[in-house]
Design a binder for this molecule. Structure first.
Ligand SMILES: Cc1cc2nc3c(=O)[nH]c(=O)nc-3n(C[C@H](O)[C@H](O)[C@H](O)COP(=O)(O)OP(=O)(O)OC[C@H]3O[C@@H](n4cnc5c(N)ncnc54)[C@H](O)[C@@H]3O)c2cc1C
Length: 380
């Protein structure tokens, strides 16, 4: 078989790309996923958070473009799809963080983000279930929120299929050979297909997969873990996704229980996806410190997944130094919220040679070599 574009990886990014390629008029496309089903990688492990509270212009623009899409996607993709705009609340417990938050709000408001600096009294009056005696203030944006990444990935896949794209599951790319007009791709088991253009959306396997083509992207996997309690009466259904600036712990309501994450800053890069029980205890202690009623909430389940992190915590969305080889990855924990923009922009690059919806030239592959790194401060 021979395709115009082969997409490698059936997470939210690959499925968004495939759909947007079809919308840009590109036909004869196919997606190859190594697992038996799509959306089983990082996409299925995520907290589904969507926010605009970033400290670089490009992250805010990716978020704003994506937010507009999220608000209309149930019609565009014709799916039942939940997007809870319950806001994101960042809490500062030291003066330096509060000062930075003040600067962040000013910066974000310049781009039209409806974000506010709140006093501890204002926070206490709205979200009284939290312990706030160490909190000096916070930032809140009501337009932020969370979604179900699985529903959303399936929605993209369904629409891409309707528009003619093909899906191949249990197809792990293992080898690639350049040809006169593209690539010959070989999958585990020996099947070979040809494609004029190839787009790599391999999530945490970024390095492994790009190396098949002789390119080394600086995007490494890091374990991140989540805990979910059984439903209990200590938190309201409508609550913001709340981040403790001091330790990076974040939590939100998930079906009446608390969904809790926290980054272990000492975690080295690895592909380990087992739950680290010691860190899980620390994570839960951080959460109980902020919401004391969690002490009576029973743990329902926990899991670990992988972030794919670049040196400047921004994705690479670009053609790689191999002609007709494209890449979208290294989302550094923001791949769900930026998936509409990433899919649209990479589809434009593949179809027309450049991204016109957003200027994403600063997300190029060669920025690391050139020393043109970006600096995002609001990383969770
Ligand atoms: C605990 C946790 C919480 C998170 N919370 C958030 C959040 O709140 N908000 C947010 O925006 N993001 C969040 N993220 C990040 C988000 O999940 C990722 O950025 C996003 O899912 C990346 O999507 P992807 O399609 O690039 O990767 P994936 O979903 O991992 O998909 C990549 C696919 O490529 C396939 N693949 C790999 N190698 C090959 C090969 N050789 N051949 C064929 N297929 C291959 C894999 O099987 C996989 O299905 C979180 C991540 C984790 C782990």
């Amino acid at each position: 078989m021979s395709y115009e574009v082969a997409v490698i990886g059936g997470g939210i990014i690959g499925c968004s790309l495939l759909y947007h390629l079809a919308r840009e008029g590109v036909t004869n496309t196919a997606l190859f996923e190594k697992e038996e089903f799509i959306a089983t990688g990082a996409t299925s492990k995520s907290a589904g958070g969507i926010r605009q509270q970033f400290t670089t212009e490009i992250n805010i623009k990716l978020s704003q473009f994506s937010l507009k899409k999220f608000l209309n996607l149930h019609t565009e993709l014709d799916i039942e799809f939940s997007f809870h705009q319950h806001g994101y609340l960042f809490l500062a417990t030291d003066e330096a963080t509060l000062l930075q938050y003040r600067k962040n709000v000013e910066f974000q408001r310049n781009f039209g983000v409806d974000v506010h600096l709140l006093t501890t009294g204002e926070i206490a009056s709205r979200w009284s279930y939290m312990r706030l005696d160490d909190v000096l203030g916070g930032t809140f944006c009501q337009d932020d929120g969370y979604t179900d990444p699985y529903e959303f990935t399936q929605g993209y896949a369904k629409c891409a299929r309707k528009l003619g794209a093909k899906f191949f599951h249990s197809h792990e790319l293992v080898r690639a050979t350049p040809t006169a007009d593209g690539f010959e791709l070989e999958f585990a088991g020996g099947k070979v297909v040809r494609a004029k253009k190839v787009a790599l959306c391999p999530g945490p396997s970024a390095r492994k997969v790009t190396r098949i083509f002789g390119v080394d992207v600086p995007a490494l996997p890091y374990r991140r873990q989540m805990a979910l309690t059984v439903p209990y009466d200590g938190i309201p259904k409508v609550m913001p996704l709340t981040i403790d600036g001091a330790n990076g712990m974040y939590l939100r309501n998930e079906m009446g229980g608390a969904l809790i994450g926290a980054v272990n800053p000492a975690e080295p890069s690895s592909e380990n996806q087992s739950v680290d029980d010691d860190w899980m205890m620390t994570q839960l202690e951080y959460a109980m410190n902020r919401i004391p009623s969690l002490e009576r909430a029973e743990l329902h389940t926990s899991w670990a997944g992988l972030y794919t992190i670049t040196p400047d915590h921004h994705p690479i969305i670009d053609e790689l130094p191999v002609k007709n080889l494209f890449f979208a990855g290294g989302f550094s924990g923001h791949g769900i919220m930026h998936s509409p923009a990433a899919g649209q922009c990479l589809a434009e690059i593949i179809a027309h040679g450049e991204a016109t919806s957003i200027d994403i030239s600063c997300l190029s592959f060669d920025r690391f070599e050139k020393g043109e790194l970006l600096h995002e401060l609001n990383v969770i």
